[in-house]
Design a protein around this ligand. Structure first.
Ligand code: ZN
Length: 151
């Protein structure tokens, strides 16, 4: 199990050092800002929606390794998905990082399962979910994400 932990840690660090889709999206038709004052993470998420489908997705900003890697892997996981699929993935991801899952989440989430260790550190849950809440705000046409207290 500790080998798996190390592997997960490595992937999170790798994404935080070289985040994917880390740019402003000129073709975006939705965008929102997210701010996690507890840690100082701050991101903008850009979406190019084609009807209900995510044609393109990117982000910019600054934050800790967990928040940045989560945003990076979120953009990879959601490109080409519909809004409904993206929301379902977030629901599973949220269960995984808060430790409220039924254990089936890791297989369903694929690469995003690297964040399973976050459930042992409740203070870092907001770091892991910031980009996702920001994505929700962008879907809703709201300029800024509101982070729920329970995260
Ligand atoms: Zn953070």
């Amino acid at each position: 199990m500790s080998d798996l932990r190390d592997l997960y840690q490595e992937q999170i660090l790798e994404h935080s050092k070289a985040p994917r889709n880390f740019r402003e999206l000129g073709t975006a038709n939705h965008q929102a800002e997210g701010n996690n004052p507890l840690c100082g993470d701050r991101f903008t998420v850009y979406l190019q929606m084609d009807g209900d489908a995510i044609r393109d997705i990117s982000f910019q900003g600054a934050g800790c390794a967990i928040s940045k890697a989560s945003a990076s892997m979120m953009t990879q996981a959601l490109k080409g998905k519909t809004r409904a699929e993206a929301e379902q993935i977030f629901e599973r991801f949220h269960k995984l990082v808060t430790g409220k899952g039924a254990n089936g989440e890791e297989e369903e989430l694929g690469k995003l399962a690297v964040f399973s260790g976050v459930s042992e550190y409740p203070a870092r849950v907001k770091c892991a979910t910031l980009a996702w809440h920001t994505l929700e705000a962008a879907f809703e046409g709201q300029p800024e994400a509101v982070l729920p207290d329970e995260d």
